[in-house]
Design a protein. Structure first.
Length: 104
């Protein structure tokens, strides 16, 4: 059984026991979170239930494992022959969650 969920503007295909990294969510390590925006649910029989746009009454529960920041990326802008050079860095805040129960 798997589900397609929407969180942080991105879609994730998840199954029970999966560990995924998503955009930062509220909650400390050990807290329970629920994803209500479920776009599709596939049962063990192979039947896929696709929502329009979401599956009514479906949800995915998960446990927050930790809050962390991703590796730093360098954003470099330059215009040739103009002397324009800008360097910036960015580190995204992420949450690692373990998928629990899929209701749908």
């Amino acid at each position: 059984m798997y589900a397609i969920i929407l969180t942080g503007g991105k879609q994730y295909k998840v199954a029970k026991g999966d560990v995924i990294e998503v955009e930062k969510l509220a909650g400390e390590a050990g807290a329970e979170v629920t994803f209500d925006q479920v776009l599709a649910v596939a049962g063990d029989d192979g039947k896929l239930n696709v929502g329009t746009p979401r599956v009514e009454g479906a949800s995915v529960s998960a446990k927050v494992l930790d809050q962390f920041r991703a590796k730093k990326i360098v954003v470099f802008k330059m215009k040739r022959r103009k002397g324009y050079r800008r360097t910036h860095g960015h580190r995204q805040s992420l949450t690692r969650v373990e998928i629990g129960e899929i209701k749908g």
